[in-house]
Ligand binder design. Structure first.
Ligand code: SF4
Ligand code: SF4
Length: 658
């Protein structure tokens, strides 16, 4: 065995805190290390050429790298070794950047630690064994979870590339949040005018199958071969018979709060989500239907001219297989009931920006008129409050919700245009306008008369005058004084949050979330649409706050990843899988339930005992399913389970060298 060691400076990232020359020099005394060198940038072309040259000149058959995280460049070095005719798993990486130079401030101690990390990697490489992947066939069908603009765009891109897509949406219609909006910034395009054609295109595309009023129940399998159970909730209306006349909706006697209008209007128990819904056929909301509550009514069935109402319809579980999954599950908007200082929920004229958006929408509860909910009159003075529940560690979410500055500017412009004479005041911490044309849009809002006050609002309180107006108390830092504004309407730009059940969805998909609950990408810069689970991609606000252009771009990025996977047709399995030593496996099967990927099953080996053939149970690993998490190896009491690339022998060698 001839080991070469390469210590990276990573520019000043490692070099400033670790004496890289010393580490490279000292490691030379280790057995089987025949070459050692420090290099300025190992991942660069020059750095890789240095490794390549050393392999040739010193006949190296193992390589140890002291550099950044293997998550960053492991495949770079593995490919280099493969190119030199060596097994790619003959490279070991000591992370002396994230785990050493970045987290320590004493150069001497950091150098000592770096040396220990490199020594451990050298000791591990004494026992490295060649590993190989299997090629797995890819099922060329995609699942998109969530039918908002992100899901629709992703589904259309994949379908246009010629691959079949199932688009699953829990509401009775696709469209998502964008369907609730009136206009979009910075162009003031009508939201429905852009969205509706896309919805129709998705619904009529020959490669797209829509599952509305449906949810994901179970996901198993692995990249290229996911098995998914979809629950299609009973709609109680036969789509093939219904002609969408809407007679049933008109006659239904039961009214409930309309969630699409944020509760500011009523809908019937049999309903379509909004006028341009796709599919445009009603569903019965069984939780609120008199027939399902009391066994009486049945008006819709009696009135339906086509006999489409079917109270007996059952939920259906659809099982299907996919090669790739795109999560586009969207977001919730915080209801600021817990922020008592704003009086939301206590005064009808304190509303959220989404409430205002619905009012501005011609198909909304007020048919496009902006009114004070308390009186129904047009408000004259409107106060907008930004960052409600955003950028606030103590009383809300620490992150910026990213779109509130621009949609508030949009609201002031629309008000100015539709209701000349209204006065708009915008309290803000600062205005963030990163995006093409956004700064100009904000400037336009100001030129058209929106009054921006830099400062926070301390309190909104009812004036208790005869008009039941509101007094907004705040601070204007540019004047350096407290200000009070009497308002007819107060609009709160509230925080964007992950879906309430996003944690459950993350568990189902086997992906991780950040501390705020948004799904985590595999790498924020290099893999922004991938997740740590191969074959599962992210699109839209489920990954973090973003505007519509960014959402659509990310959806196209996610679909491009799925299309690339389908075009390849095969995927390499993880080679660092579990391995059973059947000679010492006791067949206790304790490992089976701990495997999160259900990769372990029982099989039998036939042995001769005292001249007789006996069958003995042992564990068996499905290499296609195993993701190399190591849970089984950590648990096995017989020491029969090992992990390729991380065998017990290798781990013990790392410990022993210290
Ligand atoms: S009355 Fe019948 S056909 Fe008309 S929308 Fe209702 S279910 Fe469909
Ligand atoms: S059964 Fe009655 S309450 Fe239920 S959806 Fe039909 S009309 Fe409405």
């Amino acid at each position: 065995m001839r080991i070469g060691v390469f210590i990276c400076w990573c520019g000043s990232n490692i070099k400033n805190m670790v004496d890289v020359e010393k580490v490279a020099e000292e490691v030379k005394s280790m057995p089987r290390v025949v070459y050692s060198q420090d290099v300025q940038y190992l991942c660069s072309e020059v750095g890789q050429a240095d490794i390549s040259k050393a392999i040739d000149e010193h006949n190296l058959d193992r390589v140890v790298i002291g550099a950044c995280s293997p998550r960053m460049h492991e495949t770079t070095f593995q490919k280099l070794l493969e190119g030199k005719g060596l097994n790619p798993y003959y490279v070991e990486i000591a992370n002396i950047r994230e785990q050493c130079s970045w987290v320590h401030s004493d150069k001497e101690k950091a150098t000592e630690k770096a040396l220990e990390l490199v020594k451990k990697a050298v000791a591990k490489s004494y026992y490295s064994i060649p590993l190989s992947s299997d090629l797995l066939e890819v099922n060329k069908k995609a699942l998109v979870v969530g039918g908002g603009i992100a899901g629709i765009q992703a589904a259309l891109d994949i379908a246009d590339a010629g691959y079949p897509v199932d688009l699953v949406e829990r509401e009775p219609s696709i469209g998502g949040r964008m369907a609730q909006f009136d206009k979009t910034f910075p162009t003031l395009d009508c939201s429905a005018c852009i969205l509706t054609p896309k919805m129709v295109e998705a619904a009529t595309h020959e490669n797209i199958n829509l599952y509305t009023y449906s949810e994901i129940e179970d996901v198993s399998g692995y990249v290229g071969n996911f098995k998914v159970k979809i629950k299609q909730k009973a709609k109680s209306v036969k789509a093939d018979k219904c002609n969408g006349c809407g007679d049933c909706i008109e006659k239904c006697p039961k009214k409930v709060a309309n969630e699409f209008d944020e509760g500011s209007s009523k809908r019937k128990a049999i309903y379509t989500l909004f006028p341009q819904a796709v599919p445009n056929k009603p569903v019965i909301d069984r939780d609120n239907c008199i027939y399902f509550e009391k066994g009486k009514c049945g008006v819709c069935q009696k009135i339906c001219p086509t006999g489409a109402i079917d109270y007996e319809e059952q939920d259906e579980i659809i099982e299907s297989e996919y090669g790739a999954i795109i999560a586009a599950t969207g977001f919730d908007v915080k209801k600021p009931n817990d922020l008592a200082e704003y009086h939301y929920g206590n005064h009808p004229d304190v509303i959220t920006s989404l409430d205002l958006e619905r009012m501005l929408n011609a198909s909304g509860p007020t048919e496009g008129k902006v009114v004070r909910p308390s009186t129904g009159n047009t408000p004259k003075k409107i106060v907008f409050i930004q960052c409600v529940g955003s950028r606030d560690r103590n009383k809300g979410n620490p992150y910026c919700s990213k779109v509130c500055c621009l949609y508030t500017a949009k609201h002031t412009l629309l008000l100015n245009e539709k209701f000349p004479g209204t006065e708009s005041y915008v309290f803000n911490i600062d205005v963030r306008t990163a995006g093409k044309g956004y700064e100009e849009f904000y400037e336009r809002a100001r030129q058209k008369g929106a009054n921006y006050l830099r400062g926070q609002v301390s309190k909104v309180e009812p004036l208790e005058d005869e008009d039941n107006r509101l007094l907004v108390r705040g601070y204007d830092s540019s004047l350096g004084e407290q200000v009070e504004i009497e308002a007819d309407l107060v609009v709160l730009a509230t925080s964007i949050e992950p879906k309430a059940d996003s944690g459950d969805m993350a568990k189902l998909l086997g992906i991780s979330s950040n501390e705020d609950g948004f799904f985590s990408e595999a790498h924020p810069k290099l893999k922004p649409v991938e997740t740590q689970s191969q074959g599962i991609y992210l699109a839209g606000v489920c990954q973090g706050p973003k505007d519509i252009p960014e959402t659509v771009s990310q959806a196209s990025g996610a679909s491009a990843k799925a299309i690339t996977l389908f075009n390849k047709g095969q995927v390499e399995s993880v080679p660092t899988t579990a391995v059973v030593n059947k000679d010492i496996c006791s067949g206790c099967m304790q490992c089976k339930p701990v495997c999160p990927y259900e990769a372990i099953s029982q099989e039998y080996v036939v042995e001769k005992v005292a001249g007789k053939q006996v069958k003995r149970p042992v564990a068996s690993i499905n290499r296609a399913l195993c993701q190399g998490c190591g849970a089984c190896a950590g648990l096995c009491r017989s020491g029969a389970m090992d992990l390729g690339g991380f065998t017990s022998r290798q781990l013990m060698a790392e410990v022993d060298i210290l």
